[in-house]
Design a protein around this ligand. Sequence first.
Ligand code: KIV
Length: 260
Amino acid sequence: MKHSELNIFKDNNQKITCLTAYDASMAKLIDDAGVDIILIGDSLGMVIQGDENTRSVSMIDMLYHTKIVAKACNQSLVIADMPFHSYDNAVTAVTNAKELISNGADMVKIEGGIENTDVIKALVSNNINVCGHLGLQPQLVVDSSDYKVQGRDEDSSKIIQDNATLLESLGVSILVLECIPSNLAKLITNKLKIPTIGIGAGKNCDGQVLVSYDMLGITLGKQPRFVRNFLNSESSISSAIKAFVLEVKEGSFPNKNESY
Ligand code: KIV
């Protein structure tokens, strides 16, 4: 997928698929299976480095993983997460984002809304494509008790909606919505021209993302309800990834039990 195709997918009601990758072998399997977007998520702090949250991931980590993933990708759009504190102000954000882009990313992802206004303006005016991330923001999670569905009451729902509209007006290209009620995700998706990519946000988003380790059952411990283990009903990693693509494209993932 090319950046210019994002809105075409949305306008044609074609669902967008996204999985995380952290290494070249997995990235190649995901790219070959026709996944539209590969995200080098700072979830690597948890699934690769074994930490309780994503906050200790550094720019050095992200540059390393972005480089090895990007060189394995032929068709997927490559998005790299900007780690915690790497976009504290506009100057730092532009410097760090440029490094991720020169290591092979097509776009960078940052968490949060109005507090990032100056950062997003600076990134966009430097021709850096930006993916937003609202709802549950993993960089604000300290321990497992912070993993909660966001936007359940009227006030927090309105904040997420207002931030989504703001991000679009600032020039963000695509928006990840994590762990919010599906009716809120539907409202935002219908309001925005840019595509929304949901994780725990129901089936009405324009696309779906999962952490690859979660959808292959590699992650240990209790999984959130929005995670489906696609390897349970498939005999190889490659066919599990293809099953994810198929089920997202035809709208059967996520189902009601996998949503809030
Ligand atoms: O870091 C990550 O993998 C993410 C996804 C959960 C969207 O941000």
